[in-house]
Every structure is written in C-alpha cells, then in structure tokens.
Design a protein around this ligand. Structure first.
Ligand code: HEM
Length: 353
C-alpha cells in the first residue's frame, strides 16, 4: 500500500493518506520517501524510546554531516555527555527567570509595530522575528552585550565539552529552534484565526492559552516527521502484523499521524482548545532526544498570542484556507494574511499575562 503514496499526498493535507496507512499498514515501506513510515501512536512512542534499535547515530543523518557530532546525532552515554550542560538553562523556571520579561516585551513590541497598519502577514512579520530571537540569545558574538546573560556563556562555563563540541551543540540548538519556533507560532495563529469560535472562547478565558497551544502542536507538530535508522534486522508492528525492517533501513516516525491517532484522540482532526488530553501530543518527541527547548518555545508562542489578543482585538484572517500549513518535514503556512481595525486596543489589555 505504501507504493501508492507519493510525496504530494504527505505535503498538502496528509490526513487521508496517514489515516489509511494507520488503519491498514501502520509500519509501511514508502518508496516515495525512501523509508518506512510509522503512523500508529504506540509504535511511534515505542520506536522513539528504543534508541538501541532505532538510532540517530548513523553516518547518513544530515545534522551530523553538517555540524559534526552533537546530542542530536549521538546515543547513549556520549549523547548524555553532550546534552547534560544544556539542560539546566532550559528548565521552565530558569527560562522564565532569565528570559520571560524579555520574550514578552519583544512580542509586544513586534505587535505594537504592526498595529497601525491594520494588516500584516503574520508568519514573516510576527512568528519569524519571534522565533529568531533565540539566535541573539545563544550567538557567541552577543557574549558581554547588554540584556540577559547569553546562554552560551553560562553553558561554556560549566560544560565538560571541547570548543568544537560546544559549537556543534549550539548549532543544533539554533537550527532546531528557529524554523520550528516560527512554525509553532504561525500554526497556532492559523488554528485560532481559522476557528473564530475558539478564538472568542480564548479571549473570554485566557487560562485556556496553554492548552490551546498544545492543541495546535497536536494538530500540526512543526516537525512532522523525525528520522531514525534500524541498527539490526527487526520485526516491528502491531502484534500479529509485524513487518520485517532491515538493518540500516531509514525509519521515519510520523508525529503528525501519531497525534491524530483515533485510539487516543476523540474526533482527532478537530481543533478543540478544551481537549482534555491535548498535552499528550508528541510534537517535542519522547525519549533521549526529547526537545530541550519546549519551555522556551511555549513561552515565545504564548507571548506572541497574548500580544495579539491584547493589542489586535478585531483580528481576522483574510482567507484561512490559503493559510493552511504545508510541508513534508517542517509544516507551516506559506502566508498568514490578517486584518484588524487599525488603532484598536482591547479594553481588557493584560501586558504581562
Ligand atoms: C527555543 C526553541 C527550541 C530549542 C532551543 C530547541 C532545541 C532542541 C534540541 C537541542 C534538540 C536536540 C535534543 C537531543 O537530541 O538531545 C531538540 C530536539 C527536538 N526538537 Fe526542539 N528546540 C526548540 C523548539 C522546538 C519546536 C518549536 C519544536 C516543534 C514544535 C521542536 C521539536 C523538536 C523535535 C521533534 C526534536 C527531536 C528530534 C529528533 O528526535 O530527531 N523544537 N530541540
């Protein structure tokens, strides 16, 4: 069945193809993407939690080729050694203390700058600049500049890594952060603006913001697929319907398909900011390579959405259908054009919410 799937089936609206695969062949060889595609949530979790069988440590892995060995291209104790120094500064309290005010201020200034025009293309004019903020935070050349102490400085002091190792991991951090963060904010704006009833519910009850962001990540995880390589010949699949994966095969885990698995999510394609189990999505992966930037990324997207809710009360998307996210690996809207009554400010403005 995988032979009938082409890349276009996965790049636009992937759900007809992903749903069919999950039902009939949740471990499926797809020639068009030169690998196995895993679409069942339990199997995706099993694979990402089994790095001895499904590894990132393979010479073909593109990140390793580009930036050299890093936490994202190693496994086991070598991976932990690379990852360990980066964990503390990305913990929720550390991110909030070191960068919370700066992130909220940055988001607010961006939206204030857009407000007078009465319209904007929100992916490149809001989500993009918000996502690129991380570059300033970690770039070595900012060391010693004013503002929060650059992350890299704090990490370099404590890390038992060589200069090259440190640089490889910082590169991974930046590559991992910028495009995905932009997509995460753009996708959340897309979901809210294309569901005015949900946007209104969020305006009435801002405590739903965190769950709304998780629900958007569930529907459109910015990184739709993560790749692993099989370390051995292995039988893998639902009990009784396993497939024979060969050593060295590329195994692609569809986070999008896992997040729409009807065995976990009722009415899985619906955007529902009150969904009780939205936070169980796999957008940030589980296991040894779980994203380190979760809390910073969530803070950024929340700050962007808060600023829009506070400062652009009458905002509407020009044509939500045109803003639908697309892409095979990274998914985001091509354009997200929106309009609002110029000069308007919400009565219940909440700058630091
Ligand atoms: C501040 C922003 C971010 C930073 C600093 C960041 C950093 C990182 C780092 C360093 C890793 C590698 C962890 C390891 O291998 O041990 C990682 C993994 C990952 N990140 Fe992020 N990230 C950010 C935002 C995001 C966003 C917004 C998404 C998606 C919505 C995302 C999705 C992922 C995924 C799926 C992985 C796992 C890759 C894999 O297992 O192959 N990240 N992130």
């Amino acid at each position: 069945m995988g032979g009938a799937i082409d890349r276009a089936d996965l790049e636009g609206d992937p759900h007809p193809a992903l749903d069919a695969l999950r039902r009939a062949e949740p471990v499926s060889w797809i020639p068009a993407i030169d690998g196995w595609l895993i679409t069942d949530r339990d199997l995706v979790i099993a694979a990402m939690r089994d790095p001895a069988t499904f590894t990132v440590d393979d010479p073909r892995f593109s990140t390793g080729l580009v930036v050299g060995p890093s936490m994202l291209s190693l496994e086991g104790s070598r991976q932990r050694r690379h990852r360990r120094p980066f964990v503390p500064p990305f913990r929720p309290a550390a991110v909030q203390a070191a960068q919370g005010d700066e992130i909220r201020g940055h988001a607010r200034r961006l939206v204030e700058g857009l407000r007078p025009a009465g319209r904007a293309e929100l992916r490149t004019e809001l989500a993009g600049p918000l996502g690129r903020r991380i570059e300033r935070t970690v770039r070595p050349s900012t060391a010693g500049s004013s503002g929060p102490r650059p992350l890299l400085g704090a990490i370099a002091d404590s890390a038992d890594l060589t200069h090259d190792e440190l640089c490889s991991n910082v590169a991974v951090l930046m590559f991992g952060a910028v495009e995905t963060s932009e997509a995460m904010t753009a996708n959340a704006l897309f979901h809210l603006l294309s569901h005015p009833d949900q946007l209104a519910a969020l305006r009435r009850d801002r405590s739903l913001l965190g769950n709304a962001i998780d629900e958007s990540l569930r529907l459109e995880p910015a990184a739709a697929v993560v790749d692993r390589y099989a370390t051995a010949d292995v039988r893998f699949g639902r009990p009784g319907a396993e497939q024979s994966i060969r050593r060295g095969d590329l195994v692609r885990l569809s986070l999008t398909a896992a997040n729409h698995d009807p065995s976990t999510y009722v009415d899985p394609h619906r955007f529902d900011i009150r969904r009780p189990n939205a936070a169980g999505h796999l957008a940030f992966v589980q296991g040894p390579h779980a994203c380190i930037g979760i809390h910073m990324a969530k803070l950024e997207t929340a700050a962007g959405l808060q600023a829009v809710l506070d400062l652009l009360p009458g905002i509407t998307a020009d044509d939500p259908a045109l803003a639908r996210p697309t892409g095979l690996i990274f998914r985001k809207p091509d354009r997200l054009d929106a309009t609002w009554p110029a000069g308007a400010v919400a009565a219940t403005s909440c700058p630091d919410g």
